[in-house]
Write a protein that binds this ligand. Sequence first.
Ligand SMILES: N[C@@H](CCC[C@H](N)C(=O)O)C(=O)O
Length: 289
Amino acid sequence: MHFAKGHGTQNDFVVLHDPDVKIELLRPRVAALCDRRRGLGADGVLRVARAGALRDAGVLDRLPADVGAEDWFMDYRNGDGSIAEMCGNGVRVFAHYLRVAGLETEDRFVVGSRAGARPVIVHKFDDTTADVTVSMGDVHLMGASSTTLAGRRFEGVGIDVGNPHLACVDPSVDSASLRALDLSAAPELDSDFFTAGANVEILTRLQFGRVDMRVFERGVGETRSCGTGTVAAAAAALSYEGQDSGQVVVGVPGGEVTVSIDDSGATLRGPSVLVATGTIGDDWWRELA
Ligand SMILES: N[C@@H](CCC[C@H](N)C(=O)O)C(=O)O
């Protein structure tokens, strides 16, 4: 089985091109593949197929209303094998992979996700790097909630960007104290508010159009970046300042991205890096079932 490995601001993925949807992405297999000692190591897996093929194979019950059968579809799995609706960094890597593999010849096309269509613009790319903008759709602020993380309570706002987030702007946190937080243990969340769990972002207050953010991802743990999380962080940072639109550079441990939010929704612009290609052993994969 052929794979590619890539990352978007060091949020890393194994990419599996599976046009006929023959690969059984069983939870233990995905978890082993993403394990950094037992497997290749990654925060998640991106299966590349057409939306209609995934529906016909029963991976999707139905297509989101704005996704056509011929659209590409990012079948995203978290590192623990769970399915998530969307992955903002993953879409950039997915689009880059399609262009490098010659599967897509246009610079503007649609990537479907369980959260709906995510149109992309590939501004430039080569075999290794790309610069990609993703239309991230609507950003829904769901109201106040809080978490206990790193032994502290953080107040935040629930944000739905296709997947759930709790984005916590803490004016007492600066870049240095953010770096010092211990994010090794999972955050405690209000399970009545977040019935399906959530990704948690801790961020500095907006200053000169920039915030710094760290994230604990649902189904993964701390990652060096989370694209949907950067959109949630930008929305929370703007809202904290009484604004509902603007452009925010979001710094994460793995680099930085630019988020723009206005009445028509959010866009996320950032890099993609394709690191390697190779073959996964058939016997190893089969025995993980
Ligand atoms: N890293 C992703 C988000 C992946 C899904 C998330 N862990 C969830 O369960 O919602 C991103 O770049 O957006």
